[in-house]
Each structure stands twice: as C-alpha cells, then as structure tokens.
Design a protein around this ligand. Structure first.
Ligand code: DGL
Length: 259
C-alpha cells in the first residue's frame, strides 16, 4: 500500500522516520512543496487554494491509500477539506496541546510553531478544549523552519536567531516555570539538540512524531510481509542542491521528477 507523506520541506522527515519503523510493509512517497516554502508566511486563503490544487494532482498521480499531512501549518487548515474530498484515511499533524496539558507539572506550557499555526482557529480551539486548566503561551517563530532546513543540509544553525525565536517559550510566573514546550512544527524536532543547549532551563520538548506514526499505522491494514519497495521523494520546486539530495537519499528516498 502507498502512504503519501506531505510537507513544505524537510519537516515531514521527522514523521516519516517514525512511520517507516512502525509500518515497514508499506511504500512511502514523500512530497515536499519546496516551491511554497515557508508555509508559515502564507495567508490562509491562498495557502488553502494552493494545497487543494496540489493534492488533487498528487492523488491522481500516486493513488495513495493514505495521506499523512506531516505539517502543522498545513494540517490546521486542510484536514477537513481533504477528508471531504477523499475517502482514504487522512492523518494530520496538529499541535500536541492535549498531551502537553496532561504532562505538565507546573501548569505552564508553550507551543512553538510557525507564525501561521499560532494564528489558526484550529490551534485556539485545541487550547480551549484540552488545556483550559493550564497556562498556554503561543510562540510563533518566524525563522526556525528555515534554520532547520539549513541545519539539516549544512550541519549549521545560527545560534542567535534560534535563541531569539525560542526565548518567549520560557515563562516564569512566580516560580511556576514552563516545563513542556510543544514542537508544533515538524521541522523543529531536528533542532532539539540546539534548543536544549540554548534553553535557560531544562524542559520537555514534546515531539509528537511517534504518536502520529502509531495513529497512522492503526488506520491501515497490517500486511505483515516486507516487500522490496522503493520509497521516493518529489519536489514541487524542481532541482534541489546536492546537499539536500544527499539528505533525502540518506533517508532512503529516491528523487523523482514531479509530474
Ligand atoms: N513543517 C511545517 C509545519 O509543521 C512548516 C514549515 C513552513 O513554514 O513551511 O508547520
């Protein structure tokens, strides 16, 4: 069976690596809409229109049995329209506010996401539904997705830029300090070690990738047999740099031309 994993760039790889471990019997097609990157800067209506058109083409070309929208900025906008259009499972990646609210001891959590995700009604309603009893700080980070792309392709991130983007996550209210930061953008788990070094105190950086993969596995039948399949990656932006190509091939994905 074919699972299509979608993101604006490298972020969905954080979900793909978990999904592959749990679902070795399926074929993965990764699509990076790098021509539209960063999604965090898009206005809602324009992004929705772009993604609906793109998904119609992708579904026609790849006939997936499941789609994992491995992007919070996309999921908080497009899950409903996709579920109305297609009848295979659509698995989303939305801010892990519920598990964070269950896990915090201090009652102080932060949600680190793209500027677009923190604005979404979807995100606000997750807070009122699941985190009404805790303090939630929403932090829209303008630069972290690009820093994660840079880090994964060159091994370097700009410490000052990263430090400035995470700074607001750390709240101390009369001694009740933030103890959980939700990584609400799939790019961010790749920067966790950088975050750890720059944090003013230790926190739990909550990465929901494994939970998403477990959920995805529960939505497809278990085949039980590992066939020799080739996993591939498609870029909407055409040619990628050699470093990016190496990154994706390191994840076992063969680059194919977009059709
Ligand atoms: N990986 C995406 C997410 O989870 C966003 C990155 C971007 O701004 O394109 O939100």
């Amino acid at each position: 069976m074919t699972v299509l994993v979608f993101d604006s760039g490298i972020g969905g790889l954080s979900v793909l690596r978990e999904a592959r471990v749990l679902m070795p019997d399926h074929r993965f097609v990764y699509v990076a809409d790098d021509a539209g990157f960063p999604y965090g800067d898009w206005e809602e209506g324009a992004l929705l229109e772009r993604m609906v058109g793109l998904f119609e083409r992708l579904v026609e070309t790849h006939a997936p049995d499941m789609v994992i929208v491995a992007c919070n900025t996309a999921s908080t906008l497009i899950l409903q329209p996709l579920r109305e259009r297609f009848d295979f499972p659509i698995v989303g990646t939305v801010p892990a506010i519920k598990p964070a609210a269950e896990r915090t001891a201090s009652g102080q959590i932060s949600v680190l996401a793209t500027p677009a995700t923190v604005q979404r009604d979807y995100t606000r309603s997750l807070i009122s539904e699941f985190a009404a009893q805790v303090n939630v700080r929403l932090v829209g980070a303008p630069n972290l997705a690009a820093q994660a792309e840079k880090f994964m392709t060159t091994g370097e991130a700009d410490r000052d830029i990263v430090a400035a983007d995470i700074e607001e996550c750390f709240v101390d209210r009369y001694g009740a300090r933030t103890d959980v930061v939700v990584l609400a953008c799939t790019h961010y788990p790749f920067l966790t070690n950088v975050f750890r070094r720059l944090a003013p105190w230790p926190v739990d950086w909550l990465n929901p990738a494994e939970a998403i993969a477990r959920h995805a596995r529960s939505r497809l039948p278990h085949i039980g047999e590992i066939t020799n399949v080739e996993d591939s990656v498609y870029f909407t932006g055409g040619e990628r740099s050699p470093a990016a190509q190496r990154l994706f091939s390191g994840f076992g994905l063969t680059t194919k031309p977009m059709v």
